[in-house]
Design a binder for this molecule. Sequence first.
Ligand code: AVI
Length: 322
Amino acid sequence: MITQSNAVPRQDLATSDDEFLEDVLDGLSQRQKTLPCKYFYDERGSQLFDDICQTEDYYVTRTERAIMERYIPEMAALVGPGASILEFGSGVGEKIRRLLTSLEAPHSYTPMDISYEPLMASAEQLRQEFPSLTVDPVCGDYLQPWPSMPVFLRSSQRLVYFPGSTLSNFTPEQASDFLSRIAKLLGSGGGLLIGVDLIKPIEVLHDAYNDREGVTAEFNKNVLSRINQALDGNFNLESFEHNAFFNEQHNRIEMHLCSQVDQRVEIAGQEFRFSQGESIHTENSYKYSTQHLHQLFSRTGYRVVDFWTDPNQYFSVHYCTV
Ligand code: AVI
């Protein structure tokens, strides 16, 4: 059954316009102007991200899906029967279905997401599809202190599922902190099933973040539309250009929006100057080697039990225990 205990109203949990404004003013006041990548994901941005996942150039989604398809019986055998699963950033619950159908008698599923309506709708749907599963949605930002999750914590067979290489968008410090927090939550014997993108030839990375259809460019620029709409900004979208490149020193794709001209932009009455060529840094997407990942897991309290990749070794799925 769905417990609605955590179903507090959406406006209590989603980022407020005040926080959005504060983050934007703060980010654009830095020497290297920045915007937090979490603001990509309004309704339009989430739709654009789904579209990116379907482009030919963005290998991430289909490669992870292929690994899951091929090795899920092995993963399920390692997890064992009766698991209680917590998924961070569950979205519309698309990826969990495959796992739920493969695991032996999963006991409960706790999806955590910041978007209230899609979270509740997908929980309802899953309850119908898996009548014996307890579904306990929790609405919240997983980078903030976590809301209570009583169903998950009652279980001694805990599994955290963190697919999609969301870890890539964390700074190295955030990644370590987040993994350590999860390890504490899981406790001894708990498991982590996590999908993380790997280092690969630069051309492949470049094409994935500069797709031929221009969807990633639109996704990147959408954050400016969001600022215009929600924060009374006057960005001229035509005068900014999408720029994504691999920073070899930091092993990360960086996404920027580059001003094409000298210009001034006003947001909520505050003026920002841009010189021609100056950029706003909007996202980092870190690429890991398996060796680096193993060091990271071991530093944050895990033992790698097994991991799976695709034939090109573009992406990895790891199963670790605490
Ligand atoms: C969500 N995240 C893993 C994506 C990535 O590849 O870093 C976000 C994205 N940015 C541009 N394309 C996709």
